[in-house]
Design a protein around this ligand. Sequence first.
Ligand code: SAH
Ligand code: SF4
Ligand code: F3S
Length: 471
Amino acid sequence: MALNEKISSAELERQKGFMDKIRDINEEFYNKKGRRKTMFIQTFGCQMNAHDSEKLYGMLEEMGYEPADEEKDADFVIYNTCCVRENAENRVYGNLGYLKHQKKRNPYMKIALCGCMMQQETVLQTIKEKYKHVDIVFGTFNLYKLAELIYINYETNAPVFDIWKEHGEIVEDLPSVRHFKYKASVNIMFGCNNFCSYCIVPYVRGRERSRCSEDILNEIRQLSKDGVKEVMLLGQNVNSYGKGLEEDITFAQLLRKVNEIEGIERIRFMTSHPKDLSDELIYAMRDCDKVCHHIHLPFQAGNNEILRVMNRKYTKEQYLALVDKIRSEIPDIAVTTDIIVGFPGEDDACVDDTIDVIKKARFSGAFTFIYSKRTGTPAAAMEQVPEDIVKRNFNRVLDALNPIIYDINKEKIGKVYKVLADDVSSDADFITGRLEDNSLVHFKGDRSMLGEILDVRITDCKTFYLIGERI
Ligand code: SAH
Ligand code: SF4
Ligand code: F3S
């Protein structure tokens, strides 16, 4: 299979045929029972995974399913799984145990599993042996076949397993239902070629493939017509966008094109790998008025030997120099990051280097993870760090991070920022929104503000969110 190739229209038509068949079957159910079949999708993974769930939702909606209020009452449950860390996998197994009882109560319930975890042979074995109540299993490369798999299961009434070892063609134009009305995720590439030694993603998401720029731009133009104001361009390593495409295009050039699309007001992207972040991209971010002044730039660890064994291909000094360079071009940019604590060989002194990076780079947010051993990755065969040392160092890292994040938030008090109002808070009188730097703010308001970009003055803050008032 060549990289970057698109799926044939004949295959897409075939899949549409299956969707129509399921829709007819569901319509018959409705005529008999007087209620529509319901669906529930749970996402366990990253933004890419969440965006896949939006596509699954779109397809199920086309097939006539309605959203269920609660998982236990749904007729079709999908778990879109993640395997980046062990606890993500354990949650899936735990929930499957719970569903077994619910399925006994609801004879119509069908259970489907998909996503990254399903790309592992050992997981498939476990499901076949211990979770016989699962009806449909598919992977990360063939989610567009959902209707066909439902149909086969319906016809045979036997479990259906369909996992591809490698990626197929890129699928365009799947229906998709967005979680937010005013912001949307757009895949620009799939897969990863970096093989960081701790990470399972390259094994379960396959090699890097980029979508043609015209397909991406058309999708965003359509989103803009639908009222979307903010787009998030998604890829495991967006900085290598364009490699292998017939057209000659870089991520920076793509950003400049997206910036021209009328109606779109904010552009975000993730994730950037430090090793591939070009000057050209920094200039594009600086020049494009719609590109948010925020960059998520995972550094993972501060010690150079750890970084080498992690296969990250940069040093602590190079990382810090890169952050300086970005800030010299875009002074108000917010930098956020990912950090792993407890990688094999990481002792207290190595973690001191991580803390040094935290203090020098002054991150305004970070996802911090305890290293999780992933079978099949090179790091899994290395000597692991004892749990008590990892826990202690993890807390040291948080103790270094949180005061800085709090200070950065505190500096915002009294200032006015543009905020995209995107959701109603759990306290119904409050609206939540995001500043350009992606920080979260709660302010008094009502539904009519949703989708608007408003001026909000920050009045108070906590470590993980701001409080403000509309002016
Ligand atoms: N492609 C992105 C990251 C995708 S995974 C990038 O390289 O920036 C998101 C984050 O999960 C990673 O940045 C890393 O911090 C974390 N992660 C990946 N594998 C992990 C593991 N085995 N244990 C703990 N954290 C891990
Ligand atoms: Fe995993 Fe590294 Fe690829 Fe990110 S760049 S997905 S951490 S292998
Ligand atoms: Fe994302 Fe988890 Fe897969 S982080 S790419 S859903 S392994």
